[in-house]
Design a protein around this ligand. Structure first.
Ligand SMILES: Nc1ncnc2c1ncn2[C@@H]1O[C@H](COP(=O)(O)OP(=O)(O)OP(=O)(O)O)[C@@H](O)[C@H]1O
Length: 246
């Protein structure tokens, strides 16, 4: 199958010496969920930002059959790559509805309306709060709004940066349940950045393990079905058992 995304030798530097990502190569098939898993500072966010053109990077990125390394962030979004950043960067002073509109500002009125309906169906928790300022939402609801806003653009590839960050376990589960629905009901691909192996395994088809800016291993979901296999990858790639949070 032709890849939707093919990344070859991607490197990210911050300044002349600080290399955050070193020659990372990976691919994502249509409808596939691929996770980048690694501890703090492993280079996950930098990789995501490089894909959408938010940091300077070297290497080749082929998306939907075309090289995109030379394109601006705006052009990459227009091609169908949408980034939902870590920390749920929604606009707190705007309402839920206004935040969603921002995600689909380029759309015609009718398409925007139907996408908004789809997003709110997916996240009923925010559907009855559309006129409320976004800062008033709970952390989990803000995460849902951030994902809903990303979906407004109608992405082919959704880049999700630590959707579990700062959420209580019950909310993490709820957010991941919705992501599972998105993946069943739409034909988009997802690159998921996470530190939470347990949740990642519920969603991802394949997992790449990052350490110190490099990919140090790769596993297919089927290879991680037993507790022993999961413990082995934790020991080999992730270090402390802190990642096995439910
Ligand atoms: N703007 C920046 N300027 C300089 N160094 C940076 C910058 N952003 C990240 N780094 C460094 O690059 C490396 C990779 O950071 P990155 O945020 O990509 O890791 P991460 O795996 O996403 O970590 P986390 O899980 O903590 O978000 C780290 O050593 C980090 O300190």
């Amino acid at each position: 199958m032709t890849d939707l995304l093919n990344v070859k030798d991607l490197s990210v530097f911050y300044g002349a010496r600080a290399q955050a990502v070193e020659k990372v190569s990976f691919n994502v098939s249509p409808r596939e969920v691929v996770a980048l898993l690694g501890a703090n500072g492993a280079g996950k966010t930098s990789t995501m930002k490089a894909l959408v053109g938010l940091v300077k990077a070297s290497g080749d990125i082929i998306f939907d059959g075309q090289p995109i390394s030379g394109l601006s962030t705006r052009e990459r979004v227009a091609r169908g790559i949408v980034y939902v950043p870590e920390g749920r960067e929604i606009v707190g002073s705007l309402t839920v509805r206004e935040n969603l509109v921002l995600g689909g500002y380029q759309l015609s009125g009718a398409l925007r309306k139907s996408r908004m309906e789809t997003a709110l169906e997916l996240f009923p928790e925010i559907a009855n709060k559309v006129d409320r300022a976004a800062w008033q939402l709970s952390g989990g609801e803000q995460q849902m709004l951030a994902i809903g806003r990303g979906l407004m653009a109608g992405p082919k590839l959704l880049l999700l940066d630590e959707p579990s960050l700062g959420l209580a376990p019950l909310l993490v589960k709820r957010v991941f349940d919705r992501l599972a629905t998105i993946r069943t009901e739409s034909d988009l691909s997802i690159v998921l950045v996470e530190q939470n192996l347990q949740m990642t395994m519920r969603l991802a088809d394949r997992i790449y393990f990052l350490r110190s800016g490099r990919i140090v291993g790769q596993k297919h979901k089927q290879e991680l079905q037993t507790e022993a296999a999961r413990q082995q990858v934790i020991d080999a790639y992730l270090g402390a058992g802190q990642h096995l949070v439910a």
